[in-house]
Design a protein around this ligand. Structure first.
Ligand code: G1P
Length: 286
């Protein structure tokens, strides 16, 4: 069965970006000229997913407005002959369907996924953590769908990190079965010490519906939150899980430095900005 649905947890407070995120959702911070969450939605679209389920919370209505049709704005752009901008605006909300559900309490990533149960039914689905921006020739999720088609299991995106940074991630222990593909043997959320490997989970997942029962059995873990990694460990008792080392550059835009890096490198890829921006960076002495 093909994967149609994508879940975007977006209920977090964005404390790492205060005060910018006091009145604006973190997901709406711009990378060049698009809000963070749009990159993940575009990746989902480019991977063939059609139904976007955004898990929001208090103060997140800007996200819904962003993916809605803005009738007045579209008329204005049409009248002013700004066809390129108009096309871009229309594309944001076109061709896919958006549904929103609210996470009423900040109980963690696992909890955010668990509340989408009645919207997912009995099918495998994709999860995108919008903080992770992945710049890739073939969209990272499309690469993962290829792996899912072959193994029919949950698939986790992984990337090699320095062992000293492993405490920031869910980390897997895996057995390589094909180039870039690992059968997961164990996984641990943010290991304080002795990570089982340097393969860190990055914010892209394909999950089988079995995750929902596993989530129900998951007790609060790191930070007192229901952790998706812990639920995956429970799922592993009854189902195989694979991990895939995707090809592409990943930026942690949920972190100030990562956010700046993403802005600079994505801006340098824009034909209309590249030359002038490069000149400016040189002037700064880089
Ligand atoms: C979450 C997950 C973690 C994963 C990370 C990827 O952590 O809990 O397992 O490695 O996303 O970005 P967060 O960064 O939200 O704390």
């Amino acid at each position: 069965m093909t994967i149609k649905k994508a879940v975007f947890p977006a209920a977090g407070f964005g404390t790492r970006f205060l005060p910018a995120t006091k009145a604006i959702p973190k997901e709406m911070l711009p990378l060049v000229d698009k809000p963070l969450i749009q990159y993940a939605v575009e990746e989902a679209k480019a991977s063939g997913l059609k139904e976007m389920i955004i898990v929001t919370g208090m103060g997140k209505t800007a996200i819904e407005d962003h993916f809605d049709t803005s009738f007045e704005l579209e008329i204005l752009l049409k009248e002013r002959g700004k066809t390129a901008l108009l096309k871009e605006i229309e594309e944001v909300s076109g061709l896919v369907h958006f549904a929103y559900t609210r996470q009423k309490k900040p109980l963690g990533l696992g909890h955010a996924i668990s509340i989408t149960r009645n919207l997912i039914n009995d099918e495998a689905f994709a999860v995108f953590l919008g903080d992770d921006i992945i710049d890739a020739k073939v969209p990272a999720m499309k690469q993962m769908i290829g792996v899912h088609k072959e193994y029919k299991t949950s698939v986790l995106a992984v990337q090699r990190v320095n062992k000293k940074d492993a405490h920031l991630y869910g980390v897997i222990k895996g057995e390589q079965v094909a180039p870039g593909v690992f059968r997961v043997l164990d996984l641990v959320e943010k290991p304080k010490e002795n990570p089982p490997s340097n393969l860190a989970i990055i914010g892209r997942y394909i999950l089988t519906p079995g995750i929902f029962d596993a989530l129900e059995r998951t007790r609060p873990g790191k930070g007192g939150e229901i952790q998706l990694t812990d639920a995956l460990k429970i799922l592993l008792e009854t189902e195989d899980i694979y991990a895939y080392e995707f090809e592409g550059n990943r930026y942690d835009a949920g972190d100030k430095l990562g956010f700046l890096k993403a802005n600079v490198s994505l801006a340098l890829k824009r034909p209309e900005l590249r030359a002038e921006f490069k000149k400016f960076l040189k002037q700064l002495g880089f």
